[in-house]
Design a protein around this ligand. Structure first.
Ligand SMILES: [Zn+2]
Length: 300
């Protein structure tokens, strides 16, 4: 008998919802068609994280009963009596976190803003030289609240914090200035559904979709792709809120990713408003300091 709790839960979910349409086994995250709102559209808006024992439908109305909750709630409402019994054996009812209780993100150990560095302290000096060489100014430091740390897991990395629309920290990306591998480390929060620095987004203006945090410093109103693609909920937020154009400015080697975003956004109210940049080989928005007006691609 299979007694890996995660696998058992996945099997029960598949019995109720059918096979997942997308999955990330590493993160134990699966996307299914939502039983409450999909109605045969095959949108796979229901995301379930088995590790965290939570589900969330990106398309159900937030007021609706189904919308989101613990897997306990899910099996209680949608599973059989046996499903719920088995679920309780493995997970109890108290282990599940509600999505409402978001992980609180904190700046990494030893974080210090570039506004407060000690210029003659060698690591600070190195980090400062590095960001200046990439064109970062005092104004940029202030606006994006960039800092660094020399301690802990994120030591010797520049920290790019992300704040939500209420100004709460919800993510950070750490980029080495000392050729450590990997070049980028994300904070420990598993969230990739973060709209990076949403507090800086003005939905009335053109939005840029950019590859990394450095790029976002050089074009106003930019959305950073965290991970390999833009999370569905971020795409949805852009689709629902953007009142001007969306300009996709990913690196030249990310053509497939850019095209995918293009096709996902170029519909309905945003039809014809999605533009693409075709940047020269080896360049990105940061290296061009945001001077990208010559690189708009003609889309046939
Ligand atoms: Zn739904």
């Amino acid at each position: 008998m299979n007694t890996n709790p995660q696998e058992v839960v996945l099997k029960m979910l598949v019995n109720i919802l059918g096979e997942p349409k997308r999955k990330s086994e590493k993160r134990q995250q699966y996307a299914f068609n939502c039983p409450a709102c999909d109605l045969g559209r095959n949108k796979a808006n229901l995301e379930i994280n088995i590790g965290d024992a939570i589900y969330h439908c990106w398309s159900c109305e937030p007021e609706s009963d189904f919308h989101k909750g613990s897997l306990y709630k899910f099996f209680k409402n949608h599973g059989s009596k046996d499903d719920l019994k088995i679920y309780k054996i493995f997970f109890g009812h108290s282990t599940h976190k509600e999505l409402e209780v978001e992980h609180k993100v904190e700046l990494p150990e030893g974080f210090i803003s570039f506004e407060d560095i000690v210029p003659f302290y060698p690591p600070h000096n190195q980090a400062n030289k590095y960001i200046r060489s990439r064109g970062v100014t005092d104004d940029i430091i202030k606006k994006y609240k960039i800092g660094l740390t020399t301690k802990g897991k994120f030591a010797n990395r520049i920290i790019f914090p992300s704040y939500d629309k209420n100004g709460e920290l919800n993510f950070f990306v750490a980029r080495t200035w000392a050729s450590l591998k990997p070049k980028y480390l994300n904070c420990d929060s598993p969230k990739t559904d973060v709209l990076f620095n949403e507090h800086l987004i003005d939905w009335e203006k053109d939005i840029y979709i950019v590859e990394g945090p450095f790029d976002s410093l050089f074009v106003e109103n930019s959305v950073v792709v965290l991970g390999s693609e833009l999370h569905h909920s971020v795409l949805e937020k852009i689709y629902n809120n953007c009142k001007a154009n969306v300009i996709i400015g990913l690196d030249p080697d990310a053509k497939k990713k850019a095209e995918k975003i293009y096709h996902e956004l170029n519909a309905g109210r945003l039809w014809g408003k999605i533009k693409m940049l075709s940047l020269p080989e080896g360049e990105d928005i940061a290296s061009l300091k945001g001077n990208v007006s010559n690189y708009f691609k003609i889309i046939k």
